[in-house]
Design a protein around this ligand. Sequence first.
Ligand code: PEP
Length: 249
Amino acid sequence: MRQKLAAGNWKMNGTGSDLAELAELIQSQGTATSELMICPPATLLSRAADLAQNSALTIGAQDCHSEQAGAHTGDISAAMLKEAGATAVILGHSERRADHSESSNTVAAKTQTAWAHGLTALVCLGETLDEREAGDTLKVVGDQLAASLPEGATGANTVLAYEPVWAIGTGKIPSLAQIAEVHDFLRAELTTRFGPQMAEATRLLYGGSVKPGNAAEIFATSNVDGALVGGASLKAADFSPIIAALDAS
Ligand code: PEP
């Protein structure tokens, strides 16, 4: 059985005062059966991890470098994230792919480094609107999956997030049939490449404008094991009903 996962990506948002939202989440969601994760900016990681200690909340990071260490000004290594208290790291988010020209090969290298430091890799995939309208969604997502995920992926060290680029932060979501099509496809691709045991154990999250009002129907969709949530994870009052919908699904 895959444990459902509600992961919040704070992106470049949040300073110390926002940790109150984490405290509220820990207090209100202590009995959730789904795994809860917040990925705050790197500056808040260790304080967030301290707050989350002995609670149901886990803390993830938003990126790491593919190298172990070295002359990479401004970058953060997987070892640093681990020491700061992260147990997972988002890799290949479309904003990293677009803003930092990250290729799937780079994502695969980062994934391997993350695994080497005991971090779960939360690998993001998704098509642009042009790619969807051209009918290329499965090809794009399949190619990203093949190139972003190295050999050695397991249900324990990897989570996949299908995030259509055009649905992130826009308030638009694909139809439920479109979400199901991609999630069913991803499960089948994992089965072909890694075998049924790995495919059955790997959580597939949907991401892109998940809100309290649409969460329940998304979580009822085939092969959706949870969500990667941006904007609606910033406030406990918005994230909590999403977690409740996931628990109820
Ligand atoms: C994200 O950036 O991963 C995301 C899903 O953002 P939002 O929920 O704000 O669309």
